[in-house]
Every structure is written in structure tokens, then in C-alpha cells.
Design a protein around this ligand. Structure first.
Ligand code: 8YV
Length: 334
């Protein structure tokens, strides 16, 4: 360095806990010193703790568990940015105890995830995957009047459990199909939002009894763990479908497999599973379930949007500004 050159400012150290798109990495490298886990598998809690020890920031995905153990050695950490809207992988009390800001990525994935709910709903109701496998296996010999019958989506009743941004976007899609919309939520929506979605608030039990298609879109928490189990499945119609694009653990997977085997309900469409990416092998033995590997937000545009928003949040926090999507504003001092 020549004597006239100013010393370069100290760049914050940031852990990028999972492989991201190259342009995101380039953007971060402009501002930060990066410790990059260029892998598609998540770091263990112990590895995460170890690598967070000397960091000011971190970019993680929904599968890194950010709790007491991961934060145990973090003495300089200011912000952890989740590349996901759901943040059940964050222990907010543990973040608050260490005065670490947490952020998520709402809005950018709303429509893409609502589209996926509809893709699963259509495929499940009309047996798209089951019949395709049957055709590929060479079983198609004749057209049959009563062959491969599904259930209608149009002009049916959809019951949405969890009426946040994504739930509302699903409801609006349902209106295009002439559907009657019921919903259940922690709190009833205001009248204007209900009107915009033409949705009627009902008790959970009523929704399960009356809906032709039950769609799960609420966050996972201790309160929503196994919200749908054997008892709730028994309330549903034998012609009904169950769609889960929310989180594994909201449905009791063993109870659902039993209900599918016994035709307690018609079929299910699942994007998320208890203990994913492991799958209860029982799902592979029942034909009346459509299974996708947690791809609700997986379009190129949306995943780039999520990454960029997560980086916006991270850089704002590191610069001492309030991140746009702060999940623990209670520790923010303006
Ligand atoms: C993510 C999701 O892809 O945003 C969420 O909450 O479930 C998905 O969009 C996933 O959590 C990985 O971070």
C-alpha cells in the first residue's frame, strides 16, 4: 500500500451456509468477507455453531436450525437472514437473547407458491400423476367411461387453513374456477379482505366437514403440530383432497397414509413432509397421493428474488439499518 492510499474499511464476515446463485455471491463479495459452504446439504448444528463463531452476518435457508446450539459461540453476530418466508427454523427467543436480528423473504414468493398449491390440487383431484405412471407402465388398452375418475375442482368448495398472503392468493385463483371459499385462520380477516377473496370464515371442524379440497398454508409452530391427524381426517369427506404446501409436521404423516389406504379421503397432494427430506416410505405404497420435493417457491425468477431479498436484508442489517423484513422488531432500537 502506498502512503497516499486510504486503508480499506474492515469488511464484515458473513457465513453463506448453502450454495446460492453466483450473482448473489458476487454481490455479497463486494461488501463482505465470505465463508462459503458451497454445498447443497445443510450444515449440522455443531458446524453451524463453529462457523458462526467469528461472523457478523449469515445467510441461511429453511433447513439450517438456528437455535441455542447454533448461536452458542456467536459473540459478534448481528443478523441472520433466512432465504425463506417461513422461519420455524429460527428460535426467535434464542436470537433475542443474543440480540441477533432475524429476517425472512415474504411477498416475492406469494404467487409462485399459490400456483404450486393449484398445481398440486389439480394433479391430485384429477389423478394426473397416478394415471401418467399407469400409462407409462403400458396399462392403457381401452378408453373406459368409468375409468380413472377423479373429483372436480371447478365449482367445488375449497377450505383454506392459514389465510395470510399465500392463502389469499390461492383463494383468488379459486374464484377463477368458480369455487366457494371457506377459510380458517388464527384471526378472522377484516371485512374488505374477506370481500376481495369472497371467503367465509368458519371453525376448523366446519371447514374439514364441508370442504371438497382442504389446503394447508399456515406456519408451523407447536400450536400447528399435527393439526391434521386421524381425528381431523375422519371429519373430511371421502371424496375430499388434502393439499399441504405449508410445512411438514402440520399433518401427522402416519395418520394420513392410513387415511389414504383406507380411502377415508380421496387423495392428497404434498410438497412438505415430517422430517424431510426423509419421506415416510408408506407414501410410496399408496397411489392416491401426489408427492413433490418442497418446490413451492421453485421458479428461477422467484428463487432469485428470494435470494436477492435475503441479501438486501443482510446488507441492511450489517450497515446498521433496519432490515426490510425483520422478524424480531422487538429488539430493534430506532
Ligand atoms: C423455501 C419455503 O424454498 O419460503 C419458504 O418458507 O418453504 C420455501 O420457499 C424453503 O424453505 C427453503 O429455504
Amino acid at each position: 500500500m502506498s502512503l497516499t492510499q486510504a486503508p480499506s474499511p474492515v469488511r464484515p464476515k458473513v457465513l453463506v451456509a448453502r450454495r446460492i446463485f453466483p450473482e448473489g455471491l458476487a454481490r455479497l463479495e463486494e461488501h463482505c468477507e465470505i465463508d462459503y459452504n458451497d454445498q447443497i446439504h445443510p450444515l449440522s448444528n455443531a458446524e453451524l455453531a463453529n462457523r458462526l463463531a467469528d461472523k457478523q452476518g449469515a445467510l441461511v435457508t429453511g433447513s439450517e436450525q438456528v437455535g441455542t446450539q447454533a448461536l452458542s459461540q456467536a459473540s459478534q453476530l448481528q443478523i441472520i437472514s433466512n432465504i425463506a418466508v417461513g422461519f420455524n427454523n429460527f428460535d426467535v427467543a434464542a436470537l433475542n437473547a443474543k440480540h441477533v436480528f432475524g429476517t425472512n423473504t415474504p411477498d416475492v414468493l406469494t404467487d409462485t407458491t399459490a400456483d404450486m398449491a393449484f398445481a398440486l390440487l389439480m394433479a391430485t383431484a384429477r389423478r394426473v400423476c397416478e394415471t401418467e405412471h399407469w400409462l407409462r407402465a403400458g396399462h392403457w388398452q381401452n378408453w373406459e367411461l368409468g375409468g380413472m375418475l377423479g373429483v372436480d375442482v371447478h365449482h367445488s368448495t375449497m377450505g383454506i387453513i392459514g389465510m395470510g398472503r399465500i392463502g389469499q392468493a390461492i383463494a383468488k385463483r379459486g374464484l377463477g374456477f368458480g369455487m366457494n371459499i371457506l377459510y380458517h385462520n388464527r384471526t378472522q380477516l377484516d371485512a374488505a379482505t374477506e370481500q376481495a377473496c369472497q371467503a367465509q370464515y368458519v371453525a376448523l371442524e366446519t371447514l374439514l366437514r364441508q370442504a371438497d379440497h382442504v389446503v394447508l398454508v399456515m406456519p408451523y409452530s407447536a400450536a400447528s403440530h399435527h393439526l391434521i391427524g386421524r381425528e381431523q381426517l375422519a371429519l373430511m369427506r371421502p371424496t375430499a383432497t388434502l393439499i399441504n404446501i405449508a410445512r411438514g409436521g402440520i399433518v401427522d404423516d402416519a395418520a394420513l397414509i392410513e387415511a389414504l389406504q383406507k380411502k377415508v379421503i380421496f387423495a392428497a397432494g404434498l410438497d412438505v413432509y415430517e422430517g424431510e427430506p426423509k419421506l415416510n416410505p408408506g407414501f410410496l405404497t399408496v397411489p392416491n397421493v401426489v408427492l413433490t420435493p418442497h418446490i413451492g417457491s421453485a421458479t428461477a425468477k422467484t428463487r432469485h428474488g428470494m435470494m436477492n431479498l435475503a441479501i438486501d436484508n443482510l446488507l441492511a442489517g450489517l450497515a446498521g439499518k433496519r432490515p426490510p423484513n425483520l422478524i424480531n422488531p422487538e429488539i430493534w432500537k430506532a
